[in-house]
Structures are given as structure tokens and as C-alpha cells.
Write a protein that binds this ligand. Structure first.
Ligand code: PLP
Length: 230
């Protein structure tokens, strides 16, 4: 077995344990392998080990590694900030854009997907950590964003995403994840519309995230190892 497949197995073991602690089923959790800064060969290795969902944080880098036509079985999600001038390319390449963090981006994506045959799945990003820059700053602005998404037939709101503080303080990490769960409740109360995916949890905090309701963990380092760029 390769190192990457061992690592994936190890991550799944921890996911299962966290689910057991939280009284949840592991079938509720999707594993997104964050392949930024890692080569196509490493991605293929992970794919052979059963991983099908990958997260990239730059449109340019993802374009170099994944061709639109060859996505046999792959799913690629954009998890990093999206500039306006890259939005068209992003809409063509990604199966889901998780990092929709402002109204102007919703408008841009809404316009670009007007004629798409099937709507583009998106998540709205919420700002829950002081050291992060992106995301809707609070529940009111998020609800405003949700309403805006509903006005575009080319966009399909599937859930919410966040990045917890990059720290060892479990309390503040947990608070960050709880804020997302509360926001999800607020959305379903206001719009009686479910946005089932909660994309939260990275290599350092995914077990806490699962305890707090995550349905998708985004794991880079724990699968692919460290990179110099980080
Ligand atoms: C890099 C990144 C991850 C993965 O981080 P690791 O700590 O390497 O697991 C998850 N989400 C986002 C948005 C990222 O940019």
C-alpha cells in the first residue's frame, strides 16, 4: 500500500471514531481530499485508493491538473477565494464552488450560469474566525446572500462552509463550528429550505467538526503530507 492510501485509511478511521463519539453514522460524512500544491500523480494515487472528491483553492492550478473533459469519476470543488476574472473558468471546471463569500460573487456566478442545463452547486462561506478574511460576516448578511442565491435559477445552494481559527484552542474552534450549525438552522427556519452540507473541518480539527455536525471534511496535510508552499 502507498503512503497516501495508508493516510486515507487512517483519516477514515478517525472519522469513524468521531462519528461513534458523536452518535452519528459515518455515511453522513464526505471526505474531500485537498490536493492544492500536490501533483496530479499524487491525486491519481488517492483516486486509486478510493478518494473521488478533491478540493483545490486556485482556479489556475486546478485547470492545470484537471481537464474538464476527463473527469471520469472525479469531483472537484473550489475551496479558495474566487476573483471575478476567474469566475467563468471556475464555473466550467468545478462541480461545486464552496467559497462563495460575497453578494457580488453570487451575482457574477448567477449571470454566468443563466444558460446552464443543470444548476451549479454552491456553498456559502461564513466568517467564523478572527484570523480568516473571507466569508459572510454574520447570520443577517448570510440570509441576505441565501435570498440572492435563490433569485438565480442557475445556482443551487447545497450548504455552508467555514474555516475555524488556525489555533490549538479547542474552545474557539468548537465555537466556530457551532456558529455554522446555528446559521444552518437560521437558514432552514427562514426559508424552510434545507442546505444539508456543512463543509467544515481540516487536518487539525476535523474530529471536532464532526462532533459539531460537519458533513464534509476537507483534508489536505493528513492525506498528502506537508508542502513547502504552506
Ligand atoms: C488548505 C485548505 C484545507 C486543508 O487544510 P489541511 O490543514 O492541509 O488539511 C481545507 N480547507 C481550505 C479552505 C483550505 O484552503
Amino acid at each position: 500500500m502507498s503512503k497516501i492510501s495508508d493516510a486515507i485509511e487512517c483519516v477514515w478511521g478517525k472519522i469513524v471514531s468521531a462519528c461513534i463519539r458523536a452518535g452519528r453514522s459515518q455515511t453522513e460524512i464526505q471526505l474531500c481530499g485537498v490536493s492544492k500544491f500536490h501533483s496530479r500523480a499524487e491525486i491519481d494515487e488517492a483516486f486509486s485508493a478510493g478518494l473521488q472528491l478533491f478540493g483545490e483553492n486556485r482556479v489556475q492550478e486546478a485547470t492545470e491538473k484537471f481537464a474538464v473533459q476527463e473527469k471520469n469519476g472525479f469531483q472537484i470543488h473550489l475551496i479558495g477565494g474566487l476573483q471575478r476574472n476567474k469566475a467563468k473558468r471556475a464555473v466550467e471546471l468545478f462541480d461545486c464552488i464552496q467559497s462563495v463569500d460575497r453578494l457580488s460573487l453570487i451575482d457574477e456566478l448567477g449571470a454566468l450560469t443563466r444558460d446552464k442545463q443543470s444548476p451549479l452547486p454552491i456553498l456559502l462561506e461564513i466568517h467564523t474566525a478572527e484570523d480568516s478574511k473571507s466569508g459572510f460576516p454574520d447570520i443577517d448578511s448570510l440570509l441576505f446572500g441565501v435570498e440572492r442565491v435563490f433569485s438565480y435559477k442557475g445556482l443551487l445552494l447545497q450548504g455552508l462552509m467555514t474555516m475555524a481559527p488556525n489555533s490549538n484552542d479547542e474552545k474557539s474552534i468548537r465555537a466556530s463550528f457551532r456558529a455554522v450549525a446555528a446559521a444552518q438552522k437560521a437558514v432552514s427556519t427562514r426559508f424552510s429550505n434545507s442546505c444539508p452540507i456543512l463543509s467544515m473541518g481540516m487536518s487539525n480539527d476535523f474530529e471536532i467538526a464532526i462532533e459539531e455536525g460537519s458533513t464534509m471534511v476537507r483534508i489536505g496535510t493528513a492525506i498528502f503530507g506537508k508542502t513547502r508552499q504552506k
